[in-house]
Design a protein around this ligand. Structure first.
Ligand SMILES: *[C@@H]1O[C@H](CO)[C@@H](O)[C@H](O)[C@H]1NC(C)=O
Ligand SMILES: *[C@@H]1O[C@H](CO)[C@@H](O)[C@H](O)[C@H]1NC(C)=O
Ligand SMILES: *[C@@H]1O[C@H](CO)[C@@H](O)[C@H](O)[C@H]1NC(C)=O
Ligand SMILES: *[C@@H]1O[C@H](CO)[C@@H](O)[C@H](O)[C@H]1NC(C)=O
Ligand SMILES: *[C@@H]1O[C@H](CO)[C@@H](O)[C@H](O)[C@H]1NC(C)=O
Ligand SMILES: *[C@@H]1O[C@H](CO)[C@@H](O)[C@H](O)[C@H]1NC(C)=O
Ligand SMILES: [Cu+2]
Length: 416
């Protein structure tokens, strides 16, 4: 009796990983106690980067301990078969090329979306953009934001593997790193054959983008160092077919092309903006997001930016540091293939945060919000039973319950 209740307590407090040392890796498992984790984000970017690294190590420890137990219990996702998602710069050049080739293959495959429904969806890549446009107002500032984008990114990765022979996994963007180095010199955006293509052509004399208006205070972001068509790297020839729906321009105005579903082929434009990366997605901002927020409401609001606060969060910071078209259009943003590296980074941030308190943050208490953008118009609370449906991009529909863990539901991956 005494023994079983203490085991139950151990399970409840999530410390089973420490109680049951894994046979081969005991030292690692017990190496970072939760008391050693930082309690406040450092304002020094290099110290903050160290803090993020420690949080990441701890998250891996927690996730790996569960995967070790799954191996003992002969579960399907174990430490032996778990996919490991890496930062773009950590991939070898052949690995980067393999990812790029799979995306180009995807862009050359015929769409599954029926043309009468979305005339602008020409490729498999476009199926994803169409789904995102169609659901934009019900997947941002909602209870589904994190889960929806986790599933969207995972299914994209799976489709690259299953339909285009990709053998790797979804790489991610570490904004803290590009905030320190600058975007244009990073291996992800240097315009080389092994990058996600580079900046757009420089357009002199651009003004600012205004993210305010519509009752909110103005929030001006300066233009970047590009602005025109991307002319270097693997995606220099790609055609952006859908949108825009709500594209911020550098003269402060916003343009749209109706519902964004008609065929509107144009070049991929980027306007790499170090300012937005440094101001909103630096190491301190990322460390603060993970450390300071104890409940999911505050976590996801800081991540997306509290409207009117002047801070667009790491989510907005990443999007607006790409700039251009479709980068500055919330609806059409997956039309830039860099979107998936950005959302790999978003998902990784959520994953690390979840591992710090697995019991709460992977349960219904780890969900906050409703089915509509800032609950306008009012709608039902999102729960573990809320269904996520990616339309013609990929199936099957799943429940939020299946998306709270990256290793206990249909998915099986971790981050390093
Ligand atoms: C967790 O497991 C992954 C996959 O085997 C490994 O790459 C990573 O180093 C491990 N992390 C820790 C902290 O044990
Ligand atoms: C871009 O298109 C041109 C003309 O069709 C072709 O010669 C070139 O190889 C293409 N470049 C890339 C990177 O796909
Ligand atoms: C901003 O630029 C767009 C595209 O060039 C143009 O159509 C629009 O009229 C401009 N708006 C303002 C306020 O200058
Ligand atoms: C880093 O991000 C934080 C939070 O967004 C911000 O307050 C700070 O000014 C940023 N640092 C720099 C150097 O821009
Ligand atoms: C929805 O969630 C809010 C905030 O957590 C809560 O106050 C409210 O009671 C919930 N509504 C229902 C119908 O459960
Ligand atoms: C858009 O969403 C509606 C409602 O969920 C759905 O019926 C329709 O098929 C969707 N269209 C696309 C292109 O996914
Ligand atoms: Cu989105």
């Amino acid at each position: 009796m005494r023994l079983s209740s203490s085991l139950a307590l151990t399970l409840l407090t999530g410390t089973l990983s420490y109680a049951l040392p894994a046979p081969q890796d005991e030292a690692t498992l017990s190496s970072i106690p939760s008391t050693a984790l930082p309690t406040a984000a450092s304002s020094d970017p290099s110290v903050a980067s160290e803090q993020i690294n420690l949080l990441l190590q701890f998250a891996q420890q927690e996730a790996n301990a569960t995967l070790e137990n799954n191996a003992i219990k002969r579960g399907s996702c174990t430490i032996n078969n778990v996919a490991v998602r890496q930062e773009w710069g950590a991939l070898s050049k052949p690995e980067r090329k393999a990812y790029i080739d799979a995306v180009l293959c995807f862009q050359a495959k015929t769409a599954k979306t029926p043309a009468p429904l979305v005339p602008g969806a020409k490729s498999r890549f476009d199926d994803w953009v169409a789904t995102h446009i169609n659901q934009t107002t019900t997947i941002h500032y909602t209870g589904t934001f994190l889960g929806w984008h986790r599933y969207f990114t995972w299914q994209y990765e799976q489709s690259l593997r299953n339909e285009c022979g990709y053998k790797g996994y979804q790489p991610y963007w570490n904004w803290a790193k590009t905030a320190a180095t600058g975007l244009e010199t990073s291996p992800m955006l240097d315009g080389s054959d092994t990058s996600m293509s580079g900046n757009g052509e420089f357009i002199p004399g651009q003004g600012s983008v205004n993210l305010g208006g519509n009752g909110l205070p103005d929030l001006f972001l300066p233009a970047g160092t590009g602005g025109g068509c991307v002319k270097s790297g693997p995606f220099k020839n790609m055609s952006v077919n859908l949108g825009p729906v709500s594209l911020g321009l550098t003269n402060g105005s916003t343009i749209s092309n109706g519902d964004g579903l008609s065929y509107n082929p144009r070049c991929l434009k980027r306007d790499l903006t170090d300012y937005s990366n440094r101001a909103f997605a630096n190491a301190t901002a990322l460390a603060h997001l993970i450390i300071a927020n104890k409940d999911v409401y505050n976590f996801q609001m800081e991540m997306q930016g509290v409207p009117g606060s002047g801070n667009i969060g790491v989510h907005g910071g990443g999007h607006y540091s790409m700039g251009g078209d479709p980068g500055r259009d919330l609806f059409t943003s997956p039309g830039d293939p860099l979107f998936y590296l950005h959302h790999g980074g978003i998902d990784r941030t959520w994953w690390i945060w979840q591992q710090l308190d697995r019991k709460t943050r992977m349960s219904e208490k780890g969900i906050s919000g409703t089915g509509t953008f800032l609950n306008g118009p009012p709608s039902a609370n999102t729960t573990l039973d809320t269904v996520i449906d990616l339309g013609f991009a990929a199936g099957p529909p799943v429940k939020m319950a299946d998306l709270m863990s990256t290793t206990d539901g249909p998915m099986c991956y971790i981050y390093v």
